[in-house]
Design a protein around this ligand. Sequence first.
Ligand code: 13P
Length: 254
Amino acid sequence: MRTPILAGNWKMHKTIAEAADFAAQLPAEDPAPGVEKVICAPFTALAFLAEKLRDTPYRLGAQNMHHEEQGAYTGEISPLMLKELGVQYVIIGHSERRQYFNETDDAVNRKVKAALAHGLKPIVCVGESLAEREEGRTEEIVRRQTEAVLEGITETEAKEIVIAYEPVWAIGTGRSSTAEDANQTIGQIRRVIAGKVGETAAQSIRIQYGGSVKPDNIASFMAYPDIDGALVGGASLTADSYLSLVQGATAVGR
Ligand code: 13P
């Protein structure tokens, strides 16, 4: 039985003051027991949120990190630094990082290994672009990306990984994938995982959908048992909407 996981990805939004305002609106009582609730904030807000969210039902995530523990990498943040803050999750290989910061499959794999080595749970993003989808290459692209994520990873390590299937054309566009299509691709991802690290890991790894998920469509995704939650950008930015999403991630029958 996989625990649903709803993660907000704030991207490059929210000053510390804005993060404080958001945190102040979170109820002390767990809004959705049985759902893992994660907030992936910008680096600058992490220290503040780590204090604020301590002993609450909410877990803290970062949005990127370097794969080395330390070194001459100006402007970068290491897994040790995140761990020290009390960060538990880290998004790796988001399509915006692949697209704007030239992150390759190989770099993503190195970061995944570094996160696991430091006890951080990676939320690793895979997904095809619009052109790739129109060329009928969705399966090929997510296979390549998923295999690269898992290169050199043991079955035990793999169980700690969360995969987010985020079709690039659905991100921030208001145009989500249909739940049926997302479920189909997520099923393919699970088969790729099984082939690469074994069936047990494939059944344990949580796979989220991401791309224009909103409070009013989350239930349609959660209705599919292979979809274990969502990675949400825009709709995670207000506390009201975030809370509706975490409640929506408690799908009937789970
Ligand atoms: P939106 O929810 O804004 O489409 O963003 C999705 C995303 O990229 C989450 O990582």
